[in-house]
Design a protein around this ligand. Structure first.
Ligand code: ZN
Length: 158
Protein backbone atom coordinates (compact mmCIF):
# COMPACT_ATOMS: atom_id res chain seq x y z
CA UNK A 1 0.00 0.00 0.00
CA UNK A 2 1.37 3.39 -0.95
CA UNK A 3 1.22 6.56 1.04
CA UNK A 4 -1.70 7.84 -1.02
CA UNK A 5 -3.72 4.75 -0.13
CA UNK A 6 -2.85 5.18 3.53
CA UNK A 7 -3.97 8.80 3.38
CA UNK A 8 -7.37 7.58 2.17
CA UNK A 9 -7.59 5.28 5.19
CA UNK A 10 -6.68 8.10 7.55
CA UNK A 11 -9.32 10.29 5.90
CA UNK A 12 -11.93 7.71 6.90
CA UNK A 13 -10.54 7.72 10.44
CA UNK A 14 -10.78 11.53 10.44
CA UNK A 15 -14.44 11.24 9.42
CA UNK A 16 -14.97 8.88 12.33
CA UNK A 17 -13.24 11.35 14.67
CA UNK A 18 -15.55 14.12 13.49
CA UNK A 19 -18.49 11.99 14.62
CA UNK A 20 -17.18 11.60 18.19
CA UNK A 21 -19.74 12.27 20.92
CA UNK A 22 -19.73 15.81 22.31
CA UNK A 23 -17.20 15.99 25.14
CA UNK A 24 -15.13 13.04 23.99
CA UNK A 25 -11.62 13.60 22.66
CA UNK A 26 -12.12 13.28 18.88
CA UNK A 27 -9.97 10.31 17.98
CA UNK A 28 -11.26 8.16 15.13
CA UNK A 29 -10.38 4.69 13.89
CA UNK A 30 -11.38 2.45 11.01
CA UNK A 31 -10.61 -1.15 10.08
CA UNK A 32 -10.21 -2.31 6.49
CA UNK A 33 -10.07 -5.82 5.07
CA UNK A 34 -7.11 -6.86 2.90
CA UNK A 35 -9.04 -5.90 -0.25
CA UNK A 36 -9.63 -2.40 1.10
CA UNK A 37 -13.24 -2.93 2.15
CA UNK A 38 -14.15 -0.87 5.18
CA UNK A 39 -15.24 -3.25 7.96
CA UNK A 40 -15.96 -0.75 10.72
CA UNK A 41 -15.25 2.73 12.01
CA UNK A 42 -15.60 4.22 15.46
CA UNK A 43 -14.80 7.28 17.53
CA UNK A 44 -13.47 7.50 21.05
CA UNK A 45 -16.55 7.30 23.30
CA UNK A 46 -15.03 7.05 26.74
CA UNK A 47 -16.97 9.94 28.25
CA UNK A 48 -20.26 9.14 26.50
CA UNK A 49 -20.20 5.51 27.58
CA UNK A 50 -18.40 5.84 30.93
CA UNK A 51 -16.16 3.04 29.71
CA UNK A 52 -12.40 3.45 30.21
CA UNK A 53 -11.73 0.99 27.38
CA UNK A 54 -13.99 2.71 24.82
CA UNK A 55 -11.10 4.02 22.74
CA UNK A 56 -11.77 4.36 19.01
CA UNK A 57 -9.45 1.49 18.12
CA UNK A 58 -11.02 -1.00 20.54
CA UNK A 59 -14.54 -0.13 19.39
CA UNK A 60 -13.56 -0.38 15.72
CA UNK A 61 -11.72 -3.70 16.19
CA UNK A 62 -14.71 -5.17 18.02
CA UNK A 63 -17.15 -4.02 15.36
CA UNK A 64 -14.87 -5.23 12.56
CA UNK A 65 -14.56 -8.69 14.11
CA UNK A 66 -18.34 -8.93 14.22
CA UNK A 67 -18.66 -8.39 10.47
CA UNK A 68 -15.48 -10.15 9.32
CA UNK A 69 -15.63 -13.80 8.40
CA UNK A 70 -13.03 -15.32 10.66
CA UNK A 71 -14.27 -15.05 14.24
CA UNK A 72 -12.17 -12.63 16.24
CA UNK A 73 -9.20 -12.77 13.89
CA UNK A 74 -8.62 -9.79 11.63
CA UNK A 75 -5.79 -11.29 9.62
CA UNK A 76 -4.87 -9.20 6.60
CA UNK A 77 -6.75 -6.20 7.97
CA UNK A 78 -5.44 -2.68 8.46
CA UNK A 79 -6.27 -0.52 11.49
CA UNK A 80 -6.19 3.18 10.67
CA UNK A 81 -6.37 5.69 13.51
CA UNK A 82 -5.92 9.43 13.77
CA UNK A 83 -3.63 9.26 16.82
CA UNK A 84 -0.82 6.89 17.76
CA UNK A 85 -2.44 4.07 19.80
CA UNK A 86 -1.94 3.70 23.55
CA UNK A 87 -0.69 0.47 25.15
CA UNK A 88 -4.22 -0.98 25.40
CA UNK A 89 -5.07 -0.32 21.77
CA UNK A 90 -1.66 -1.41 20.47
CA UNK A 91 -2.12 -4.62 22.45
CA UNK A 92 -5.64 -5.09 21.09
CA UNK A 93 -4.37 -4.68 17.52
CA UNK A 94 -1.72 -7.34 18.10
CA UNK A 95 -4.28 -9.69 19.66
CA UNK A 96 -6.66 -9.12 16.74
CA UNK A 97 -3.76 -10.04 14.43
CA UNK A 98 -4.17 -7.05 12.16
CA UNK A 99 -1.65 -6.94 9.35
CA UNK A 100 -0.97 -3.22 9.48
CA UNK A 101 -1.43 -0.20 11.69
CA UNK A 102 -1.54 3.21 10.05
CA UNK A 103 -1.83 6.27 12.24
CA UNK A 104 -1.85 10.04 11.94
CA UNK A 105 -0.49 12.16 14.76
CA UNK A 106 2.30 11.00 17.03
CA UNK A 107 1.52 10.90 20.77
CA UNK A 108 4.82 11.37 22.63
CA UNK A 109 3.16 11.20 26.08
CA UNK A 110 1.35 7.88 25.80
CA UNK A 111 2.05 6.46 22.34
CA UNK A 112 2.79 2.74 22.25
CA UNK A 113 3.59 2.33 18.56
CA UNK A 114 7.01 3.91 18.52
CA UNK A 115 6.90 7.00 20.75
CA UNK A 116 6.98 6.00 24.41
CA UNK A 117 6.81 2.25 23.86
CA UNK A 118 6.80 0.02 20.81
CA UNK A 119 4.33 -2.64 21.81
CA UNK A 120 3.57 -3.94 18.33
CA UNK A 121 7.11 -4.52 17.09
CA UNK A 122 8.49 -6.23 20.18
CA UNK A 123 10.69 -9.00 18.77
CA UNK A 124 9.42 -11.37 21.45
CA UNK A 125 5.97 -11.35 19.86
CA UNK A 126 5.18 -13.90 17.19
CA UNK A 127 2.74 -11.57 15.44
CA UNK A 128 4.04 -8.10 14.65
CA UNK A 129 1.89 -5.77 12.56
CA UNK A 130 3.57 -3.46 10.09
CA UNK A 131 3.37 0.20 11.01
CA UNK A 132 3.21 3.51 9.23
CA UNK A 133 2.91 6.56 11.46
CA UNK A 134 2.64 10.24 10.73
CA UNK A 135 0.14 9.96 7.85
CA UNK A 136 -1.68 13.32 7.56
CA UNK A 137 -0.13 14.00 10.95
CA UNK A 138 -0.66 17.78 10.94
CA UNK A 139 -4.32 17.46 10.03
CA UNK A 140 -4.92 14.77 12.66
CA UNK A 141 -3.11 16.78 15.35
CA UNK A 142 -5.06 19.88 14.35
CA UNK A 143 -8.37 18.21 15.15
CA UNK A 144 -7.16 17.45 18.67
CA UNK A 145 -5.60 20.88 19.20
CA UNK A 146 -8.86 22.50 18.17
CA UNK A 147 -10.80 20.30 20.62
CA UNK A 148 -8.53 21.10 23.56
CA UNK A 149 -8.43 24.80 22.69
CA UNK A 150 -12.25 24.89 22.67
CA UNK A 151 -12.32 23.08 26.02
CA UNK A 152 -10.02 25.65 27.62
CA UNK A 153 -11.89 28.56 26.08
CA UNK A 154 -15.46 27.48 25.30
CA UNK A 155 -16.51 30.98 24.25
CA UNK A 156 -13.71 32.45 22.16
CA UNK A 157 -14.26 36.10 21.43
CA UNK A 158 -16.59 36.77 24.36
ZN1 ZN B 1 -6.14 3.48 23.23
Amino acid sequence: MGLRDDEKLIRVALEAAAAAPVGDVPVGAAVFAADGTELARAANSREATGDPTAHAEVLALRAAARVYGDGWRLEGATLAVTLEPCTMCAGAAVLARVERIVFGAWEPKTGAVGSLWDVVRDRRLTHRPQVRGGVLAAECAGVLEEFFRAQRDPHPGL
